[in-house]
Design a protein around this ligand. Structure first.
Ligand SMILES: *[C@@H]1O[C@H](CO)[C@@H](O)[C@H](O)[C@H]1NC(C)=O
Ligand SMILES: *[C@@H]1O[C@H](CO)[C@@H](O)[C@H](O)[C@H]1NC(C)=O
Ligand SMILES: *[C@@H]1O[C@H](CO)[C@@H](O)[C@H](O)[C@H]1NC(C)=O
Length: 298
């Protein structure tokens, strides 16, 4: 005697299977932490969040709603202290690790989070048009802060104790005043092992922390219009003639001081260079997302 199952049970079976598949798919994507840029807030990055959940449904996206707007000028070590407290529980909950995306200034904050966290479980770190090796250019927000100041003069403000109370001062890299940069830059010089200060001696653990990454993706392009030089998004910086020294020509790379060379030689340092994208559009461009970001968010 064959007993036919009531239709409601069959439907329940099917929906359980569907749920199971969805769950498996969802478990496949690691949570993503996003750090916004200067004068932004989390809402400004909503396009990026939409792209992530559209192409990788079920991904948990945590866009940090911290240091919004004018608060983004707070010195970066102070920002990092708070950001660590917010990201630690997300990382602890994510048994298989997380991915980290930093946009603009958020990328240099993200870089600090990776290098200085001895217990991070960040798999892939993506820096989306970030001044990873400093900023030296007149851009709208600097003109707004210090109207009529020329980039050549700004070192007089930024390379002082007072100037370091501005986040931009923390990664201002004036190629004409390298010693002042190494003396005063509180943050970038420390992360780059370029600081002359005793209190910023580069701990060897910071290299290990960078090398725990599975991949580091650097994204930038010549039409950025804000990051100066734009190659800073790929760790380039100006020399005294304001010609760009590419990452692989830097001492920091060649002596593998912070781990860049090892990352590169093990195939984990990736670069995307895309023309035609203005600074404010990187996180709104789906082509950029699909070509350079999505492949790393699995
Ligand atoms: C971060 O958390 C620690 C431990 O709970 C606390 O002592 C510290 O004040 C917090 N820092 C910030 C900036 O919130
Ligand atoms: C950092 O720089 C100093 C001085 O140039 C050097 O002695 C030291 O080995 C560097 N640290 C690392 C981790 O390479
Ligand atoms: C995104 O960037 C690409 C590459 O520059 C460009 O061709 C495309 O038009 C951009 N898309 C949008 C929607 O702006």
């Amino acid at each position: 005697v064959t007993e036919k199952r009531p239709i409601s049970i069959r439907i329940r079976c099917i929906s359980t299977i569907v749920l199971l598949f969805q769950a498996i798919k969802t478990f496949g994507y690691k949570p993503v932490i996003v750090v916004h840029g200067i004068l932004d807030d989390a809402k400004d990055l909503s396009h990026l969040t939409k792209f992530i959940t559209k192409h990788h449904p079920g991904t948990e996206v945590h866009t940090l709603d911290l240091f919004d707007h004018y608060h983004s000028f707070i010195p970066l070590w102070d920002q990092l202290d708070t950001i660590k407290n917010f990201t630690a529980p997300i990382m602890q909950k994510a048994k298989d690790g997380v991915h980290l995306i930093g946009y603009s200034q958020g990328g240099i904050v993200g870089r600090g989070l990776v290098q200085t966290s001895n217990d991070h479980n960040i798999h892939n770190f993506i820096a989306l048009s970030s001044p990873l090796n400093g900023q030296f250019g007149d851009t709208s927000f600097i003109n707004w802060l210090f109207p009529s100041a020329l980039k050549e003069e700004l070192y007089k403000i930024f390379y002082t104790h007072y100037g370091q109370l501005w986040s931009i001062g923390n990664y201002w890299k004036d190629p004409h005043h390298p010693l002042m940069y190494r003396q005063y830059s509180d943050y970038l010089a420390a992360l780059n092992n370029e600081s002359l200060r005793e209190d910023f001696k580069f701990p060897s653990s910071w290299k290990g922390n960078l090398l725990r990454l599975k991949n580091m993706m650097l994204i930038g392009g010549p039409d950025d219009g804000v990051i100066a030089p734009w190659q800073s998004a790929h760790f380039g910086c100006y020399n005294k003639e304001e010609k760009v020294i590419p990452m692989r020509k830097l001492q920091m790379y060649q002596k593998d001081e912070i781990g860049l060379k090892t990352l590169d030689e093990t195939g984990r340092l990736q670069e995307c260079t895309i023309p035609g994208v203005h600074h404010t559009l990187w996180h709104k461009n789906e082509t950029v997302f699909l070509d350079c970001i999505a492949p790393l968010l699995t």
